[in-house]
Design a protein around this ligand. Sequence first.
Ligand SMILES: NC(=O)c1ccc[n+]([C@@H]2O[C@H](COP(=O)([O-])OP(=O)(O)OC[C@H]3O[C@@H](n4cnc5c(N)ncnc54)[C@H](OP(=O)(O)O)[C@@H]3O)[C@@H](O)[C@H]2O)c1
Length: 241
Amino acid sequence: MTTKTLIVGASGGIASALIHQCASRGDDVIAVTRGSVSTDSSASNIMYVQLAEQDDKHIASFIEQLREDDVVLNTVIITTGFLHDENKNIHPEKRLEDVREDALETYFAVNTIIPSLWIKHLVNVMDKNDATLVCLSARVGSISDNGLGGWYGYRASKAALNMFVKTASVEYQRRLKHALLVCYHPGTVDTSLSKPFQKNVAAKKLFTPDFTAKQLLSHLSSLNREQTCHFIDWDGQVVTW
Ligand SMILES: NC(=O)c1ccc[n+]([C@@H]2O[C@H](COP(=O)([O-])OP(=O)(O)OC[C@H]3O[C@@H](n4cnc5c(N)ncnc54)[C@H](OP(=O)(O)O)[C@@H]3O)[C@@H](O)[C@H]2O)c1
């Protein structure tokens, strides 16, 4: 049977590579983006869907439509994430005085609330016998690994995301039996999200989106499914919560 895969945040650097690699291995891919939908896809097994608003109501009705169409998902990768916005003058904070209410709202809205709402509704359309749900998180969201400080909004919103995923994994396990939930640190990847922060990254530690997608898909196929929730990095190593 064909694997059904949903990628959220389809216009992103890592998401684009994931979409194409999942399609090349034969998955039926649904790729959701806020922006305009790409029509130049040569692959017949990629379906782009525009979902401009990603709030509770719109995500619920998108999932309800999948249910009506009898779509059952095996793999979901939520790539939604936000680190900086030049237009809104939002940058990762270096010190407490840099913390701003509007920036915190944006960090939590994009990095925590949107993925959490997807997780809330997705439980109703995932395969009861073969469900894998991944959220792209970040090592800086690890509470125990935080020696450097700074980046308050991004760190806190990814830590909150991790807690939501870990908490949801308990209920997913009850409702879907074989569900696996994963928080994933992709490393530093050459996308617009990391652009302003790449200068201190050694060339061999700045990964291409293609490499990142390959690593993620390879780790997913070998994770221990007896453990219902993992936090791992690009190398397959455990990241402590
Ligand atoms: N790049 C890195 O070095 C790195 C490192 C650690 C973790 N990560 C994580 O990896 C994930 C993917 O990052 P990326 O590097 O591929 O970044 P990217 O190219 O900027 O993609 C991020 C995606 O998030 C979605 N998004 C952004 N703002 C949003 C908003 N306000 N509402 C809804 N969706 C929004 C967008 O999807 P649409 O516009 O298509 O809907 C966008 O395509 C993120 O969660 C990021 O935190 C990246």
